[in-house]
Design a protein around this ligand. Structure first.
Ligand code: F6P
Length: 348
């Protein structure tokens, strides 16, 4: 049987571990022929982006960040007859099963394609760790460690200059990176999309810390956090420009500048901003992400073998299980109150 594999959406450390595991077990245990579909869904809509993936092509990639299959944010449902063209293309190539590795957008497309008859299995990926239905996505641990390392480094320079350091981390709809890196790095305030920012409260916390003899503070803010201007308002995100991608996402970025300016204006504490951006997505995956990625890859090819299409591999507790793609569609796994309340103990 021919099995196709693709990676879609933003890249994420650990993608190559998944691809390697799919190819290794698919070829050696099940006798499948594995095809790499390059640049996400685009690979099934354009020519010359489908190539065989043999053992040699997937060897030596475990420790590498990025994805050997490349990726894109192409949305077939935004392209004329896109879904139909994908189904026809798979047919023409003789690819009977598809493994789609991606975040909520890619898995959402996979869910819709499955309803149209495509035999697809999903693998959840995102550094944001916000896919509903799984306890963890690979890539998160690597991003978390990069952010924690940055916060550790910022402590000494913040202290040396008596400054407020505002660190912006990724996290579009959920603040997992912010909360966990803030907890691990000892942040004094953590701001996340789940809780609109109350600048009066932020300033109160920083002031309280300074009153108890500390001359510097570290504020961690997720890029998707919103400013609460008036009571009961849902707030608003800071965006880089008005453009949106094919999934309707704006380019976030800059909330840290806003927070730092307001803190400096209201408290007269000198402030600086560090936006970590794609540093969090690049580089070598941690051992945890390599292991989780490998487990997901093996889980996905096993699901193909058992004919469990229309599902994605998920981590529940310490078990890899199959979860219907329809269950994650349109939902986000947000930070739970319990974890945020633990972080809050250390604020101010
Ligand atoms: O979804 C993962 C993520 O890293 C988000 O946190 C971020 O908003 C987005 O990707 C940025 O993606 P890019 O700049 O690659 O389009």
């Amino acid at each position: 049987m021919k099995v196709g594999v693709l990676t879609g959406g933003g890249d994420c450390p650990g993608l190559n571990a998944v691809i390697r595991a799919v190819a290794r077990k698919g070829i050696t245990r099940y006798g499948y022929v594995i095809y790499g579909i390059y640049e996400g869904w685009k690979g099934l809509l354009e020519e010359n982006l489908i190539r065989p993936l043999d053992l040699a092509a997937t060897s030596g990639i475990l420790h590498r960040g990025g994805t050997i299959l490349k990726t894109s944010r192409t949305n077939p449902f935004k392209i004329e007859n896109g879904a139909q063209r994908i189904a026809e293309r798979l047919d023409k190539e003789g690819i009977e099963a598809l493994i789609a590795i991606g975040g909520d957008d890619t898995l959402g497309v996979a869910a819709k394609l499955h309803k149209l008859g495509v035999k697809v299995v999903g693998v959840p990926k995102t550094i944001d760790n916000d896919i509903y239905g799984t306890d963890r996505t690979f890539g998160f641990d690597t991003a978390l460690n990069a952010a924690t390392d940055a916060i550790d480094r910022l402590h000494s320079t913040a202290e040396a200059h008596n400054r407020v350091m505002v660190v912006e981390v990724m996290g579009r709809n959920a603040g997992w990176i912010a909360v966990e890196s803030g907890l691990a790095g000892g942040a004094d305030v953590i701001l996340i999309p789940e809780r609109p920012i109350d600048l009066d409260e932020v300033c109160k916390l920083i002031k309280r810390r300074h009153q108890r003899g500390k001359d510097f503070s570290i504020v961690v803010v997720a890029e998707g956090a919103q400013i609460k201007h008036v009571e009961n308002s849902t707030g608003e995100c800071i965006v880089q420009d008005d453009s949106v991608d094919q999934f309707g996402h704006v380019r976030l970025g800059g909330i840290a500048n806003y927070v730092a300016k307001e803190v400096e204006k209201r408290l007269s504490f000198e402030s600086r901003v560090v936006i970590l951006g794609h540093i969090q997505r690049g580089g070598t995956p941690t051992a945890f992400d390599r292991v989780l990625g490998t487990r997901y890859g093996i889980g996905a090819i096993d699901m193909v073998h058992r004919g469990e299409f229309g599902n994605f591999v998920a981590l529940r507790g310490n078990n890899i299980v199959a979860v219907p793609l329809a269950e994650m569609e349109g939902k986000t796994r947000t930070v739970n109150d319990e974890l945020y309340e633990i972080a809050e103990v250390f604020f101010g």
